[in-house]
Design a protein around this ligand. Structure first.
Ligand SMILES: NC(=O)C1=CN([C@@H]2O[C@H](COP(=O)(O)OP(=O)(O)OC[C@H]3O[C@@H](n4cnc5c(N)ncnc54)[C@H](O)[C@@H]3O)[C@@H](O)[C@H]2O)C=CC1
Ligand SMILES: CC(C)CCC[C@@H](C)[C@H]1CC[C@H]2C3=C(CC[C@]12C)[C@@]1(C)CCC(=O)C[C@@H]1CC3
Length: 345
């Protein structure tokens, strides 16, 4: 059993705290006795004990005002991967993260915990039990991933024990749970449009889907174990449910739980990937004239048809991480949290 390390001060800021993961993180931090400040471009909720600041993390002055006297900062802001907007990803994930680091250093923040992504090593081909020492993707599957790589490098390289500025990156994968705006809503929308009939590939590919509370737990453990002498400084950590599951079994369980049919017919992976690539190119070419967003993007097809699961052994060893909620319970809780997405609702 690992001893729980109490931070000297329980004040923290969550950049991106209005988002799906951010809000779960804020709620959990409050339960654990932290005082929380949220910085986000939008305010989506009110919570007693939380101070909100609406602002863009690219705005140095706005950040300077908010991060004064804050010893611990969680940075979990990012544009949504589906936006596929190269300029926006560069501005927020790379330039904005540089600003976050500079401000943290200027005002004397002691710890910065970044939400990175396990996808920083994913190139669209199989990853089985991937460890953190896998090289960054040389050909990232999209702009989002490209900028998440640069963001992670910036944060980890900024770690400086001598100056008392400690950084760590958490790499979750396939986060799901109540209020997730991506996975379940996109899945249900695809099913409602009658497009969820096919399994891409043979359906045996194993993937990590990670319950949001486990991801939050990993973030807080990392913050609490990040100390000048600890192994965590300047390192990345996979946080998963530690229960790789067949991609299509997971999708089917969610769909059936919500009253929809599970996909049954198989389509060859390369065929679907080729079509998705063509549609993506067409959408990019026609963008000045018409805007259409294909459901099956090359990125989604790659994620749906390959193995991509990761080892969280390093997190277990260095911070005593263990998932708190099993995949079975997590799916039940998630399905129950979306009554409005049930078939016929
Ligand atoms: N959802 C997933 O499956 C995974 C997510 N991640 C990472 O987790 C983090 C959180 O993701 P989610 O909660 O799913 O996304 P989300 O879209 O729900 O939350 C992101 C938040 O960042 C805020 N934000 C965006 N641009 C901003 C800016 N310029 N200034 C201030 N705030 C800004 C948004 O308003 C939003 O509230 C992101 O860094 C994402 O890359 C990593 C792996 C998997
Ligand atoms: C239409 C169907 C074939 C697929 C529907 C589900 C997908 C929307 C999701 C399945 C895997 C998810 C995933 C992410 C977003 C939502 C999915 C594509 C991420 C790209 C989110 C950001 C990350 O950092 C990595 C995630 C990997 C898994």
């Amino acid at each position: 059993m690992t001893t729980r390390i109490r931070p000297s001060s329980k004040r923290c800021a969550v950049i991106g705290g209005s988002g799906f993961l951010g809000r779960h993180l804020v709620e959990n931090l409050l339960e654990r006795g932290y005082t929380v400040t949220v910085f986000d471009i939008q305010r989506r909720y009110e919570l007693p004990g939380v101070v909100f600041h609406e602002g863009d993390l690219c705005n140095k002055q706005a950040l300077l005002a908010v991060l004064q006297d804050v010893p611990l900062v969680f940075h979990c802001a990012s544009p949504a991967p589906a936006s596929d907007d190269r300029g926006l990803f560069q501005r927020v994930n790379v330039d904005g993260t540089r600003t976050v680091i500079r401000v943290c250093q200027e005002v004397g923040v002691q710890k910065l915990v970044l939400t990175s992504s396990a996808s920083v090593v994913f190139e669209g081909t199989d990853i089985k039990n991937g460890k953190e020492d896998l090289p960054y993707a040389k050909k990232p599957i999209d702009y989002y991933t490209e900028t998440k790589i640069q963001q992670e490098k910036l944060v980890l390289e900024a770690c400086d024990k001598d100056k008392g500025f400690l950084t760590v990156a958490i790499r979750p994968h396939g986060i799901f749970g109540p209020r997730d705006p991506q996975l379940v809503p996109i899945l249900v929308d695809t099913a409602r449009r009658g497009k969820m009939k096919f399994i891409i590939g043979d359906g045996s590919n194993l993937v990590d889907f990670t319950y949001v509370e486990n991801v939050v737990h990993g973030h807080i453990l990392a913050a609490e174990h990040l100390r000048p002498g600890s192994a965590l400084c300047g390192k990345a950590y996979h946080i998963t449910n530690d229960e790789p599951v067949r991609f299509w079994d997971f999708m089917s369980q969610v769909l059936v739980g919500l009253g929809y049919d599970a996909p049954r017919l198989h389509l060859p992976y390369l065929l679907v990937y080729g079509i998705a690539l063509l549609l993506w190119l067409l959408a990019a070419l026609l963008r000045p004239l018409v805007r259409f967003k294909p459901t099956f993007t090359p990125m989604r097809v790659a994620l749906a048809g390959t193995h991509h699961y990761y080892s969280c052994t390093r997190a277990k060893q260095d911070m005593g991480y263990q998932p708190l909620v099993s995949l079975k319970d997590a799916i039940t809780r998630t399905v129950d949290s979306y009554p409005h997405l049930r078939k016929g609702a």
